[in-house]
Design a protein around this ligand. Structure first.
Ligand SMILES: Cc1cc2nc3c(=O)[nH]c(=O)nc-3n(C[C@H](O)[C@H](O)[C@H](O)COP(=O)(O)O)c2cc1C
Length: 256
């Protein structure tokens, strides 16, 4: 079946609403560490999330991902213990004056979330030579991250919070989940319905770090070249859009 572009691009009410819904989902997605409700995610909803992930782009159409669902409290407890150990090590890596603030941050919802999902990458899924991965071996890992982002956005649209936990020794996660050597644990996610989504990243609210001005991150033709007058209009737009989204104005304003 072909998707008719003119229909998608039509300035009809339906197309505008669909466009707004995509931006709204993107801008209101959050990394969720608290606020989880105990209600479990029904299978039909979980199926939609995993299907959204499975329709992500992948190098050479490799589809290197698998989704290991973790529901057993005993397994979650082991994963949580592995987090606690890695997190204690992590705190010591920051400057002394930052360590207390770091320890105050909540950086996981492993036991609070009804479902944990480990998204993995099978580096051998399509044999040793993969179209598109010939010169950059990491492309299969990047593909898996695309699947994670699809799942994250679909979850937001379903009112389900997702939190990514990466503070583990990979060997610990590998042992607990009994992953074979060729399987890389790319993302450990905590999923569940939430009481609310915060407006801003938790790390921003906690004063850990601020969102960078996008216009300073865009170059023209060569690294570090701003483009001067040739990008002045774009820069004005970037500043305005970031300001609008940050001020939580209607996402419709972005669709001018
Ligand atoms: C690859 C990756 C790893 C992350 N690991 C953690 C983590 O271990 N713990 C945590 O609390 N948040 C983790 N996060 C979430 C980020 O802290 C979060 O995305 C960022 O602060 C921006 O907030 P937002 O996602 O709510 O916009 C991770 C995000 C990504 C993309």
């Amino acid at each position: 079946m072909k998707i008719e572009l003119p229909a998608l691009q039509a300035a009809s009410m339906g197309a505008t609403t669909a466009r707004a819904a995509v931006y709204q989902t993107i801008f209101s997605r959050r990394d969720v560490r608290g606020q989880f409700l105990s209600e479990s995610i029904p299978d039909d909803v979980l199926s939609r999330l995993l299907t959204a992930a499975h329709f992500a782009p992948s190098v050479g159409f490799m589809q290197p991902w698998s989704f290991l669902l973790v529901r057993d409290p005993a397994v979650k407890q082991q994963v949580h213990d592995a987090f606690l150990q890695a997190n204690a090590e992590a705190a010591l890596l920051f400057k002394e004056e930052q360590q207390d603030s770091y320890r105050r941050l909540k950086l996981e919802g492993i036991l609070d979330a009804p479902l944990n999902v480990c998204v993995t990458c099978d580096r051998d899924r399509a044999g040793p030579v993969v179209l598109g991965r010939t010169h950059s071996k990491a492309m299969d890992l990047y593909s898996t991250v695309c699947a994670v982002q699809n799942l994250w956005l679909a979850a937001r649209a379903e009112g389900i919070g997702v939190g990514w936990v990466s503070i583990f020794r990979a060997s610990a996660l590998r042992e607990i989940l009994q992953l074979p050597p060729r399987i890389i644990p790319v993302a450990y996610l905590c999923l569940g319905y939430v009481s609310h989504f915060n407006d801003r990243p938790d790390l921003e609210t906690a004063g850990w770090r601020e969102r960078l001005p996008l216009e300073q991150l865009v170059f023209l033709d060569r690294w570090g070249e701003t483009g001067g007058d040739r990008t002045a209009c774009l820069r004005d737009n970037l500043q305005r859009d970031q300001r609008d989204v940050t001020a939580l104005q209607s996402f419709q304003t972005l669709l001018r």
